[in-house]
Design a protein around this ligand. Sequence first.
Ligand SMILES: [Zn+2]
Length: 321
Amino acid sequence: MKRELTKLYPMVQFKKDTWEIDEFDCASIFLLIGAEKAMVIDCGMGIGDLRGAIEMITDKPLIVVISHGHVDHTGNGRQFDELWIHPADQAAPIPQSLERRRFDTERIAARQKGCIGAPYTMFNLYPYDINVDLRDPEPDEKMPIIHDLNDGQQFDLGGGRIVTAYECPGHSPGEMIFLDEQSRSLFAGDALNFNLGVGSVPLERTLRYMKRMHDLGDKYDGIYNGHHDFRALGMPLDDDCLPTVIELMEEAVAGRYTPCETPSFWGQSIPLTKERVDPMASAPKMYANEEKVRPKRRRVTLRKGRNFLGINPDLIYENDQ
Ligand SMILES: [Zn+2]
């Protein structure tokens, strides 16, 4: 008998008709329900039956937008009929390699005490089986229609709930953020967090967009990034995150940055060590032509307080290109 895919995601309605669905510490999916339509922001790593879980909450027609084309944000995209993605982030396949998604999921689970990692191997702390629920698409999950998502584009969910998409390139060239003025929330994908990686476009350009995010501040009370490992589920990032990132970027653009001794803690053993190990050395490829779509780049990590910022030192200014 074929087991049903898990729908038991931890989730919280943190504002009226505004949900955060936690894909077992891998990624966050947001659900915004208007009078006529509902918006889904991101599709996670691809664990379980995301659409089924959403349809237990709402039967409104779904508008599915993707903050950026990375492996952990498009994983369950094939469950939906149409997706909105910025043109600069459309080149990667949906979903990306199953092997790589398992690799990333296992590392996150180990770090976050999920279903894998001694002594937690004795317990399934999350209701999924990585060998069943993290999967390749079923034959009936056809490639969705991809629509271009552009700066300033608005989506009317009905009842006065209008969501505006804004470009915010840096983490990826087509990174988008979403402003919902009704719930006074900004959904930032991976454009902002306390361990931010940028460098896909010149840093001075990213800085301009980070300042715009800051200038929009009178329209939102909280910024929700696309993962909840720097904040509790349903809680926004603390208010110091964005100003500190802007400060770090301003220093780098002024040529005054000091690379941090401790490398980024993504994939590092806990506790953090000063050893410069490359945690990604054994990572499977995300997809066949990955190097072409995401060229390898140098990275240095800057730090201020609890903010880490990974930048590309070869791509600070527009004419570095
Ligand atoms: Zn990303």
